[in-house]
Design a protein around this ligand. Sequence first.
Ligand SMILES: [Zn+2]
Length: 458
Amino acid sequence: MAEPVDAERARQLSLFRPLEVSPRDYSICAFYLQAAGYQRNSCGYCKSEHGSASYYTSSVAVKPEHYGELIDRGWRRSGTLYYKQNLQRSCCPHYTLRLEASDFRPRRDQRKAINRWNKFVLGPEYMHKVAHLSPRSRAEKKYRKCNFDLLAAVHEIEYENLKRPIDPGTKRALEPAHRFEVNIEGDSVSQSKFDLFLKYQTKVHQEDVSRWKIKDFQNFLCSGIKRVPASSTKKNVSEKKLGSWHQCYRLDGKLIAVAVLDLVPSGVSSVYVFYDPEYEQWEFGKLTALREIAFAIENEYSCYYMGYYIHSCQKMRYKGNYRPQYILDPESYAWDPLDGELSEKLDQRSYVSLSGDRASSEGEDSKPTSALEPGINEEELSLFDIKMPGVLTLDEVKDLRLDQWYLLYHGTFVQMIDLVGWEDMPMNNPQSLRGIISELAAALGPSVVRNSAVVLFD
Ligand SMILES: [Zn+2]
């Protein structure tokens, strides 16, 4: 038997809920209603009505290290909803992307966006005066001309880092045109964040103002994974942050942009960005991505995750402009460069797994899918019969010994074996409790199963 769960062990576990959650928790849009298990939904990209198929679960308690493992198995979260798409059976497959932050080299247009914004913040008067009062050395000028230092470029205009020599005319320290400040704080909700979000959604995404209530906003962007440290204070400022955070951009004291970030041991995952549409001309999408890459480098997160990549979606192609970019193989979970072979194959067909292609060219029968009968409703099938890529097989799940998986039952941890009738329930029946739990295990993978518990009823 596994060891009993003491308070310390309980704190290390992530919790997952494989059953339907009450609709009031997911009032964002119909898409989130009753999301649990394997479902087909309308596609937000090509608008096909049942084009996208995913496995869903929910949680209010996921540890950052476990979420990191899930990202590397193709999962992503939206609020407290966690999902993994069946790339093989979706019209617009969502590939997981990642960039190795320290290898990143900004393109010309990316460097230009930073330089333009920096000039705007400093203003011509400040720049002119500081060049006289505190001139750069010849060597420094030469270096800057030939090199673009990303970290220096994003930080040098922050108010606290500015050179402010005394202006002999006014006898006061020189002031830039704008006071620009960026801080990182917990993903808590506030009226100013909500107001900014509403402005962004209605102007940039043309959404109706009535669509969003502060509670929806909170569910969507202010209820992420567990934070370490729990808040950002002066004392623990150097501690490596994990969990869900908001990077807040302020200009002259006013909130103008918020980047929602999930920090996991291996990387910085960009969740969402919203900004004041009045500043649209400054390309906040680029500015925030570049700052996040800089953040990853200086805080030693090796990767930067820009979320999903949909090759057929023109609007997403910009993600490929942050190089070198890698794509998660949906079957082997290896990372392949987006350029070259993979990109060429994605031009020809929507579902590509380089490892799967290699296996079938060598004659191995490792294709994960069986062609499902046309017209069959796969939502009624077991995940094991659908053969979703990257999901454990029934035999692999049997090896996980789910009898000992923890179940949080009315506040107490028990084991699956303690459930009445557990041993007689079929694993490959999606309607049986054991079937539901086996599917969750298959989708989460062995490592997360070992460090988690299931919540069924509370
Ligand atoms: Zn689609």
